[in-house]
Each structure stands twice: as structure tokens, then as C-alpha cells.
Design a protein around this ligand. Structure first.
Ligand code: XCC
Ligand code: SF4
Length: 647
């Protein structure tokens, strides 16, 4: 048994952690341990640093110290801290979307030679959805209007009109709810700036008012990620089922290895295209070719559309370098550990930052230029080929561990599979399976890694538990990558872990789908912004059932939530009416009031609420209970409707 088993369930990680120890390099796992014990004020959310009189910490029993210097109570401080992290997450997702929208606009204006509209069908679909005229118009004109509509989401400075993407993608019931509770945003930038204003010293002290503003920002997160998904599909194509592999064994000793890491597909898509043309250059350097692998969500983007293998997920990103065979890591934005750079010094690996807002002191910065995207990508690959020539073969040690991955499940591709069973109304395939009791409902797995627990363990334990309980599972982000490494994204996963009902359901899909490969236990929907695909899925199910999202047996889980983005995603899921599990206790236990609002009172208002549970087995029980309760209510409702019809 490896001494590292207590840190991660990923068996490819163990030998790499061993290696780090030999080298004397402290990995993120060591640093997580070194941070213990945590400060209890920060941990429970009652540390305020909003003004320079602070930090103020709440000591409930000490007279005078049970409030901040300004008089802010625990509930104000906790609520302010939480909603500020929602704003951080929403800003990250939306800014990523805005970058794609700006690029699409420049494509339509003929300013960018290397990008094109790849998926005209998706363009037409999105145009129709958001009310852009298509009849008899040129593709370029439609593209321009769609891109402009997306950019308008950011710049509106008045409270009306409201955000288009939300308006056009959620149920009528949700829309009414968002308007009634005044959390419906009009401009993304406006809402996020408003939140920062509201949380300034001496401003809002009302925790409920603050939380509602937080939810408004969370809806901006939804809007930004939805348009990011839509516009990325238009530019690069909508994912279709692909077969590839995952884990460190996808790094090849005889090839130039380049990891694509971060979130934004604008550069990574170009690297994929350039690599196809540059195999000979790699061969001239003595390699067998170029091998691209993905880490985090850039990895998910190019996996969905190009079948690029997954090297690993967030917490184990450093370990890819420890294989000694990683020639370059090309990073864009978000979730990139600054430690990569110092680790790369032990090897020949080049860390190449590419975006103006994401630089690491001492690493190689190659400013990515969309106007010369292909050339940028080629130059970056050349840096990797140069690095390959410096590689020390004596230092190469790649754990030969990999699993087959069947991925590429955009909502379109899932519906296509459903169409093989019900061509007229594909969504009925899932609602019928729920109605017959074959499956208990749908669960979305999203989110990160968090080393407060054992790496990847919560993800895989909870997913296996739900699969055994016949829950149909979709996944995104680092959750999906944990499943990929654990062998849950292939047909064998179905044989091993699916309950009888789920097995029957997937077997029926297999028989009809016409695919040459078996469908997986869990359907990989893409990157974190692609959670929007899952929201569309829930909206379709609700509309088909004639109810709201808050009524359907649909749950979300972020078993190892870490980033501010995951706080934003979780929060908008609650507003959407979805019971949302988080497997790490967020910093809000310092206020009973705030804790009760998010775990209980939220349900009265939105139908969704947070389930905060660290224990994976208890989490499974709680999620199954919620699904069963909702299915039971739906059945009761159907009975009542049938009875009413009799009279
Ligand atoms: Fe980052 Fe998206 Fe979280 Fe993974 S899942 S750690 S945010 S890469 Ni979004
Ligand atoms: Fe302290 Fe109030 Fe300033 Fe926060 S805003 S640091 S509670 S004085």
C-alpha cells in the first residue's frame, strides 16, 4: 500500500507523489497539510477584511467583540463574504464568455482569418432562441447580431431590458420567480459592480438582502456561461460522442507532449489544428509526433470537440510535470497553480502563459494574438518541440495507467441518441423512464477538487452510490475528469456500478443508438461553463412534464467544490429550484441565520436549497431521498390530474 493512498484515490498519482518526495518538491498535497490547523474565523466565515480597520473577527462571548468595529454582526459578515465570492465566480465565467463573444463578432466582421463559424445549425438555433432574425439573411449578418446580443449582456447600465439568455432559456415559472424576487439581472457588469457597492463598508447590513443580490450575481454567472457554451459551439462545433483515454498514461514517452490547461478554448482549438499540421516538425526533432493532453476545463473543451485525452484534473496538475515527459504546459486562464513554474525547473518543461490576465513570474509568456491565432499556436508548439530536445530520458517515468473514455455528450448529442428511440419527442425517453420508475431522476456532477478531503474520493463514491440507485448522471468540469480517470465514463462502468433500472435504460439506448461504442455510466457534458447544457436538459424535462424545474427529480452535486466559480454555480442552481449538494462545508457556519437561509429557507422561496454534507455515503442517502420525494409528488400530481379528468 502506498503511503500516498490517504491523499488520493488516483493510483497514477501515487508514484508521482513518491517522486516529488525523492526530489524534495512539496506538492499541493504537502502544502494542504501544512495549512492545518485552519483559522477558525476564516473557516466559519466570520473574518471581515472589507475595510482597513479590520480584520475583524467575531468572538460571540466577548463583549464588544461579538460585532465588527463598525458594528457588523456575524450574519452581515458571513453574507458579505459569500456573495463577494459569487461575484468573483460570475466575473470569471462571464469574462470568459465575453472573450468568446468578442472573437465571434470579429469573425463576422472579417477581422480574424483563422476562426470561422463551424456549426451553422447551432448558429441558427441560437439566433432563433434569442430572437435574431434568420429568414433570408447571410450567415455573417446573423453571426454579427448574435455576437452583439451576447456583448450587450455585459454593457447594459439600466435595469431594463433584462438579460436575454436567461429570458430565453429558463421555464416560465422560473422567469416569474426571478422577476418576483427582483433577482433578474439586466447587465452582467452592472450587477457585479452593484454587488461590490452593496458590500462596501457601511452599506447593506441585511443578510437576506445581501443573499438576494448574491443570487442576482449567480444568475449573471448562468447567463455568461450559457452564452460561452453557445458561442463556443458556433465557433468550434458542438460535441458529438468521441472515444479517447484519461489519466497520466495518456502522456507518451516517444512524443512531444503538450498539456492544454485552463478554460478558454480560443487558443487550445488552434493548437489542436496546428498540431495536425506540425507532426513532421516533431518527427524531425526525433519524436514520433505531437501528443496533446488536457487538464481542467480547457482539457474538457478540446476533449468534447476534438477527442483530446485527459491527463488529469485540478489537484494533480503538478504531477503531469513529474512524469518528466511533459514538454510544454500551455495555460490560459483560471485554476492554474502558480507552483507549476517552480516545479518545471526540476525538469525541462516550459510553462507557457498566454493571456494578459494570467502570468506567473519567471514563466514563459507568449501573448496569444487572435489576429494571428494559427501562427501563435504554431510558435507555441515550436517552443514545445525545442523543449523536447532538452528532455532528459533518464528522468522520464510515466505511470502506465489510463482508462477508456466515451465523452462528447452535448445536449444535442444526448437528444440524438434519445431520438433513436423516440424520433418525434426525444426528451420523452428520459421523462418516460422517470415515470415508469426505471430511473430515479437525473443528477449533475460539477466542480473542482478540494484537498480538505481525499482527492477524487467524494466524486467517485457519490456517483457510484447514485448510479446504484438508478440515477441518470451527467457531469462537467473536474468532476467529469475524476470519473474519467476512475473508469466511469465507459460501458464497463455501467456493468460494474449501475443499478438494474439504470442498466436497463442504458442498454436500451445502446441497442438503438447506432454508435459503434457502448454508452458510459456517466455522460460527460463538457467544461464548467457547459453546466448550462445540463440546465437546458432540466428545463426541457420540466417543460415536457408540464411543471417547473423546482418540481422535477433533478439534483446537482459539487462533491469537492473549491473555486469561487463553484460557489456561483451552486447558488444559481438553488435559484433554479435544484437541490444542490456541496461536499465541503463552505465558510458560513459562523452565522446560524445565513446557514439556515441557504439550507432551509431557500427551499420555501425557490424550491432549491443547499445540502451541505462531507460524508459521501450520507450525501447519497440525502440526494436519493430528495429525488424519491420529488418523483412521489409528481406521481401524486399525475393521479390527481387523471382523477379530475374522470369527472
Ligand atoms: Fe477549476 Fe474548470 Fe473547478 Fe476544475 S472544476 S477546479 S473551477 S477546472 Ni470548474
Ligand atoms: Fe471590521 Fe466593519 Fe471594517 Fe469589516 S467593515 S473590517 S467588520 S470595521
Amino acid at each position: 500500500m502506498s503511503e500516498f493512498e490517504k491523499f488520493t484515490i488516483d493510483i497514477a498519482a501515487h508514484p508521482m507523489m513518491e517522486r516529488a518526495k525523492e526530489l524534495g518538491f512539496l506538492t499541493t498535497f504537502d502544502r494542504a497539510k501544512a495549512q492545518e490547523p485552519r483559522c477558525n474565523f476564516g473557516n466559519t466565515g466570520v473574518c471581515c477584511r472589507i475595510c482597513m480597520q479590520g480584520p475583524c473577527r467575531i468572538l460571540p462571548k466577548k463583549p464588544g467583540a461579538n460585532k465588527g468595529i463598525c458594528g457588523a454582526a456575524d450574519y452581515t459578515i458571513v453574507a458579505r463574504n459569500v456573495v463577494r465570492s459569487i461575484a468573483g465566480g460570475a466575473a470569471a465565467h462571464s469574462d470568459h464568455g465575453r472573450h468568446i463573444a468578442e472573437t465571434l463578432l470579429h469573425v463576422a466582421e472579417g477581422k480574424l482569418k483563422d476562426y470561422h463559424v463551424t456549426d451553422v445549425n447551432k448558429l441558427m438555433e441560437v439566433a432563433k432562441k434569442i430572437g435574431v432574425a434568420t429568414e433570408g439573411r447571410a450567415v455573417n449578418d446573423i453571426t454579427k447580431d448574435v455576437a452583439q446580443a451576447a456583448l450587450d449582456e455585459f454593457g447594459r447600465v439600466t435595469e431594463y431590458p433584462k438579460l436575454t439568455w436567461i429570458n430565453k432559456t429558463v421555464t416560465a415559472g422560473r422567469l416569474k420567480k426571478f422577476n418576483d424576487t427582483t433577482i433578474m439581472p439586466s447587465g452582467i457588469n452592472l450587477s457585479l459592480a452593484g454587488l461590490l457597492h452593496q458590500t462596501h463598508v457601511g452599506n447593506d447590513a441585511d443578510p437576506v438582502n445581501l443573499i438576494f443580490t448574491g443570487l442576482k450575481a449567480a444568475l449573471c454567472d448562468y447567463d455568461g456561461m450559457h452564452l460561452a457554451t453557445d458561442l463556443s459551439d458556433i465557433l468550434f462545433g458542438t460535441g458529438v460522442p468521441v472515444v479517447t483515454e484519461a489519466n497520466l498514461g495518456s502522456i507518451k514517452a516517444d512524443k512531444v507532449n503538450i498539456a492544454l490547461h485552463g478554460h478558454n478554448p480560443l487558443l487550445s482549438q488552434m493548437v489542436v489544428a496546428a498540431a495536425k499540421e506540425m507532426q513532421d516538425e516533431a518527427k524531425a526533432a526525433g519524436a514520433a509526433g505531437i501528443n496533446l493532453v488536457g487538464i481542467c476545463c480547457t482539457g474538457n473543451e478540446v476533449l468534447m470537440r476534438e477527442g483530446v485525452a485527459i491527463a488529469t484534473n485540478f489537484a494533480t496538475q503538478e504531477l503531469a510535470i513529474l512524469t518528466g515527459a511533459m514538454d510544454a504546459m500551455v495555460v490560459d486562464v483560471q485554476c492554474i497553480m502558480p507552483s507549476l513554474r517552480s516545479l518545471s525547473e526540476c525538469f525541462h518543461t516550459k510553462i507557457i502563459t498566454t493571456m494578459p490576465i494570467m502570468k506567473i513570474p519567471g514563466s514563459y509568456h507568449y501573448a496569444f494574438d487572435e489576429h494571428n491565432a494559427m501562427e501563435s499556436a504554431k510558435n507555441i508548439i515550436r517552443l514545445a518541440i525545442d523543449a523536447y530536445k532538452e528532455r532528459d530520458v533518464a528522468k522520464v517515468s510515466i505511470p502506465q495507467i489510463r482508462n477508456t473514455v466515451v465523452a462528447g455528450f452535448s445536449l444535442e448529442s444526448i437528444l440524438n441518441i434519445f431520438k433513436s428511440i423516440n424520433p418525434d419527442n426525444p426528451i420523452r425517453v428520459i421523462t418516460d423512464a422517470i415515470a415508469s420508475g426505471e430511473i430515479k431522476g437525473v443528477a449533475l456532477f460539477a466542480g473542482c477538487n478540494n484537498l480538505k478531503g481525499k482527492h477524487d474520493n467524494n466524486h467517485t463514491e457519490i456517483a457510484k452510490g447514485l448510479a446504484k440507485n438508478d440515477v441518470f448522471i451527467v457531469a462537467t468540469g473536474c468532476a467529469a475528469q475524476a470519473f474519467a480517470k476512475e473508469g466511469l465514463l465507459n460501458g464497463e462502468g455501467v456493468n460494474k456500478y449501475a443499478g438494474e433500472g439504470l442498466k436497463k435504460f442504458i442498454t436500451r439506448l445502446n441497442a438503438q443508438s447506432g454508435l459503434t461504442t457502448d454508452l458510459p455510466l456517466i455522460f460527460h457534458m463538457g467544461s464548467c461553463v457547459d453546466n448550462s447544457r445540463s440546465n437546458d436538459f432540466a428545463t426541457m424535462i420540466a417543460n415536457e412534464m408540464g411543471v417547473d424545474v423546482s418540481d422535477i427529480p433533478y439534483v446537482a452535486s459539487a462533491p469537492e467544490a473549491m473555486s469561487e466559480k463553484s460557489v456561483a454555480i451552486g447558488s444559481y442552481h438553488v435559484a433554479m429550484g435544484t437541490p444542490t449538494h456541496v461536499g465541503v462545508i463552505p465558510p458560513l457556519t459562523g452565522s446560524t441565520l445565513v446557514y439556515d437561509v441557504v439550507t432551509k429557507i431557500a427551499e420555501d422561496v425557490f424550491g432549491g436549497f443547499f445540502i451541505l454534507e462531507e460524508n459521501p455515503h450520507k450525501a447519497v442517502d440525502k440526494l436519493v431521498e430528495v429525488l424519491e420525494e420529488r418523483t412521489w409528488k409528481l406521481a401524486m400530481r399525475a393521479k390527481a390530474v387523471a382523477k379530475a379528468a374522470e369527472y
